[in-house]
Design a protein around this ligand. Sequence first.
Ligand SMILES: *[C@@H]1O[C@H](CO)[C@@H](O)[C@H](O)[C@H]1NC(C)=O
Ligand SMILES: *[C@@H]1O[C@H](CO)[C@@H](O)[C@H](O)[C@H]1NC(C)=O
Ligand SMILES: CC(=O)N[C@H]1CO[C@H](CO)[C@@H](O)[C@@H]1O
Length: 909
Amino acid sequence: MVLDIFILLCLLVLTPQTVIAVDKGNFKTCSQSNFCQRNRNLPEGEPRYHVFPSSVTPEPDKGILSFHIKDNNGVTLFAVLQTLQQGILRFSLKEFHPVPTHERFSPSEFSLDNEPTKLPFKVLSQSDTQIYIQNGEIQAQIEFSPFQLSALREGQPFVVINKRNLMNFEPFMSKDDWNASGVDVEGTWEENFKSHRDSNPFGPSSIGIDVRFLGAKHLYGLPEHSDGLSLSDTKSDGGDPYRLYNLDVFEYEVNNRMALYGAVPLVYSIGANGSNGFFWLNAAETWVDVQKVSDGGDSVVGSLLNSVFNSGGSSYIDTHWMSETGLLDFFILPGPTPSSVSEQYSQLTGVTPLPALWSLGYHQCRWNYKDQEDVAQVDANLEANLIPYDAIWLDIEHTDGKKYFTWDANKFPDSIAMLDKLAERNHKLVVIIDPHIKREDNYRIYKELKERGYLVKSSDGSSDYEGACWPGGSSWPDFLSQEVRQYWSECYLVENYSGSTSNLHVWNDMNEPSVFTGPEVTMHKDAVHMGGWEHRDIHNLYGLLVTLGTYEGLLMRSKHQERPFILTRSVFPGSQRYSAVWTGDNEASWGHLKIVVPMVLQMGLGGIPFVGSDVGGFFKHPSPELLVRWYQVGAYSPFFRQHAHIDTPRREPWLFGEDNLRIIRDAITDRYQLLPYWYTLFYLHTQSGAPVVRPLWYEFPEDYNTWDMYEQAMVGSAIMISPVTEIGQASQEVYFPDEDSIWYDKKSFVRFTGGETRSVSTPLDKIPVFLRGGSVIPFRMRVRRSSNPNPDDPFTLYVVLDGKQEASGCLYWDDGHSFSYKDGNYLIREFSYKNGEFSSAAGATSGGFSTKSWIERILVIGLKGKPIKVALSSSGDELFTKWDLDSKTLEIRKPVENIKTDVKIRFSF
Ligand SMILES: *[C@@H]1O[C@H](CO)[C@@H](O)[C@H](O)[C@H]1NC(C)=O
Ligand SMILES: *[C@@H]1O[C@H](CO)[C@@H](O)[C@H](O)[C@H]1NC(C)=O
Ligand SMILES: CC(=O)N[C@H]1CO[C@H](CO)[C@@H](O)[C@@H]1O
């Protein structure tokens, strides 16, 4: 039986052409999920939870306020409110009495970067009905009956929890007690979906809460969905809530709230109260309803109340969070700006450490480069066609029978020679390593995992869990266990991974985990992990755990000398610390191209900045026009890789004629020239958690025209992209945000005024990219074979002036691959132009990196007029300049002999 289903599913998976779109019947709707129904159908406004006033125990010095909450059935819950840094509030809830029959899982250990710092609070008032405390600039108020928690700033609430009394906490109890409580046992205790039965041995234990964002007009976040950026009202359109349950959704659709590969239960609001965040820390299946309420937004009174954020009066957005099980644990991030929300979130879950510079270059991938000869050909063709690239990739066919950490000896007889040959020209190899392990006794890794009891167990708790994936019958390592992760890490050591060298890097795919024979193409929820945890408890965390094991392995391999590069498909809060991510198995269609920017933005807001899409679309064959336009989007995505399904025709850039090749090469060239800027943005991310590519409203929260935009995006704070995502589009409307801003076309330097929408012509070779007045942007114009053949190559600076004839910006630089920056081996340059003087100075924390790089060119864009003299301020020595009358740009040649030299240049008019 199992085999039949397996063969059927494999056929489906292997012959995509026969299937036009996602088979929705394979995936649950809320009405097919018992706990989602139970929570979604709760009556609004019926008080069910009350705080015992006498149990309220403030411990202001420790930053902990604890109390008991009683439900209507006499169950007592234990609640803790913690006051954290930057006004962050953390609330958690678990059973107290009666003693639960099972523990609740918390992913904190893996998701949180550190134990958050608790700060002392002040009790402002306390009575029999409420307690009111102060945490930095934020207040928290708990009302006792019914239980309600509000977060306030200057005494004005911005987020209210349990306003609608949708809080729900199903305590773990025996089957008899559950039955006695009057709720149907059918479907609550065990559940069937298609041919799959979930034994749910511990019974219902779902949790839920409603969260109101006062004054909010839009909510964003909840990656991963193939949807626009501003979350839609899930209650008004009769559809399902947003679902967070990591799944391998074959041929996913765009504009859809179905679950995808990753889950980050985090939202940002924007509106009258600026921007606030809410982070629900739970690794079980989760659904989130969104309801937008606008009362009086358009009335006169409403508009009189408008703040600088032009809120539209007293509108608000209600959300309802529902998880199948786990600790009820959430954080309120007070903002009040989008960048403060992302900073607060990154303080909790960490940041992406500085990536290796090469990983920001262009990646050439396909399922599959057939053999060593094929790899050599592709490498030679990239070089012959003058296309810089950093890595070539191998998909599952490189292995011996889909047994990872092995090679197909016929196709790759000398993988080490291949790796070394690539390394000679500074190219890398990335290979796929998936977590499904072929059940074959002569496969050493399987044998050892099995013998050591390292595999996930099936619901009986003793036999190894079995399912089908690429190799056929497979089992899955139990990555929840530190010992198992340690084993997995060691597999990456060069001495253990035969045919590998340190030039091999890693791609962890199928880590949702994808199980072709499992319910919804994933692991059964009643499968058992170490410590008796069910897969249900940890599901959304599994992919992160795989990358954690890999990350530690790659660190170990280099003896902590080299920054690991890992690409993952599945993510959870904290994944950003280990891996880059791509948006999974998309398809070659204009609709999928259009959804790339919002998906990249969503992931970045979710704290995971290193993200991109399969250029060209994974399934199906792109037209040359679609492929070219996709390269133009890819070149401005943080992660830039072409990839394609095994059944598609080859699509390397030189296969589409000279003109298309030239345009694709230009896009890739743009990427390489801007690498210093990209690298600096990743550095800035490590400092503040700011996404690298971000929504317009993130930079311009007060320009409400941007709040509903997602096809345009900011790359850092200095560059705006408005990529073409429609067929035959000869021109497009571009909105230039912020009426105080000035913008310049990146190539022609044509000037645009902020606050206006303008039509821009978009022939195929045009990428609409605009520079923001007020910025200094570092480039390296000499494009080589890859990102790093000549570390001493010079920099070029674009000094892009704003309306006040000012600009500022910075450059972060180091060796691009090691951890020596941690010992101060880096440089930071601060650039500015003000009062007619350009200056390059060491940044406050500048380190001791030594380099021969110099500044070969400074291009000043937006000068009011041609200066009569440009000279070094110190010596008065005049510099060689060239004024371009058409574009009104001034070029200064070879102004600085070393990038590290402090210099001031005086402009006389
Ligand atoms: C639940 O309890 C009722 C009696 O209250 C009993 O008739 C029924 O069989 C029980 N159901 C289950 C599934 O235990
Ligand atoms: C890796 O190699 C070491 C040393 O040769 C060995 O002790 C260890 O068992 C190997 N581990 C794995 C997972 O292959
Ligand atoms: C802190 C703050 O300004 N809160 C406001 C949030 O929005 C609502 C509705 O507009 C106001 O009533 C609050 O005062």
